[in-house]
Design a protein around this ligand. Structure first.
Ligand code: NAI
Length: 247
């Protein structure tokens, strides 16, 4: 089924990769629900931008770490648009620290948002997707979930967990017409990476075979591909979008 007219829910959609994904899916004609946790202004601005381009969009505040709020997000999509066809589990945070110094709450917060958030939003979307026997779930993992990284044990564990979850759900939902895939971005120029020390950003740049950081649009195009009919026969897959970083 063409992306056009489909209903897409994008978590953490007000900024960075989520924002680019919302714009790309809307450009292809999807009706998008942009979830945000705290970035209300950015979310409202994005909705206005999509509407100005002739698209349909709405913003909805919810903390993906709460199952109740995840249900509220999907409920909003159902009320407004009648269904959910595409779920992009994009919301994510970092709380980097060497394990010796990592506080219990830094571990817990990253697992709660990055991994449990994926469980919560997927669970909330299942009923409408099962009912219509069609759906696309696209989870944003990371190359850190494939290769690990010092000072990111919490983030690597959550992002590797997303890959296991993706494969389990792909098996569980295949017979019901729902595909589940993951995208593993490398070093993408967003607020998340802008907060890294300059020397770490430089080190990443040196290590990327394609010689530049990724853009949010680089990732968004792959998400849109996985949501499109071109990816009808792909499920349980993890696609790196990293300029070769994790080769
Ligand atoms: P970002 O920090 O610009 O955007 C993350 C978004 O998630 C923000 O809008 C934030 O408000 C939202 N968010 C955070 N906690 C939330 C919660 N509890 N409930 C709902 N929304 C919440 O980061 P970026 O770079 O756009 O990241 C998007 C995804 O891509 C994340 O899952 C991140 O881990 C992943 N990623 C990013 C990479 C990069 O280099 N920027 C590389 C690999 C993966």
């Amino acid at each position: 089924m063409e992306v056009k007219q489909q209903v897409a829910v994008i978590t953490g959609g007000a900024r960075g990769i989520g924002r680019a994904t919302a714009l790309e899916l809307a450009r292809q004609g999807a009706r998008v629900v942009i979830n945000y946790a705290t970035s209300r202004k950015e979310a409202e601005r994005l909705v206005a931008e999509i509407k100005a381009q002739g698209g349909e969009a709405v913003e909805h505040q919810a903390n993906v770490a709460s199952l109740e709020e995840a249900y509220g997000l999907v409920e909003r999509a159902l009320e407004l648009f009648g269904t959910v066809d595409i779920l992009v589990n994009n919301a994510g945070i970092t709380r980097d620290n060497l394990l010796l110094r990592m506080k219990e709450e830094e571990w817990d917060q990253v697992i709660e948002v990055n991994l449990k958030g994926v469980f919560n939003c997927t669970k909330a979307c299942l009923r409408p997707m099962l009912k219509q026997r069609r759906g696309r779930i696209i989870n944003i993992s990371s190359v850190i979930g494939l290769a690990g990284n010092a000072a990111q044990a919490n983030y690597a564990a959550a992002k590797a967990g997303i890959i296991g979850f993706t494969k389990a759900m792909a098996r569980e939902l295949a017979a019901r017409g729902i595909t589940v895939n993951a995208v593993a971005p490398g070093f993408i120029a967003t607020d998340m990476t802008a907060s890294l020390p300059a020397e770490i950003q430089e080190e990443y740049r040196r290590r990327i075979p394609l010689g530049r950081p990724g853009t949010p649009a680089d990732v968004a195009r792959v998400v849109a591909f996985l949501a499109s009919p071109a990816a009808d026969y792909i499920t349980g897959e993890v696609i790196r979008v990293d300029g070769g970083l994790a080769i």
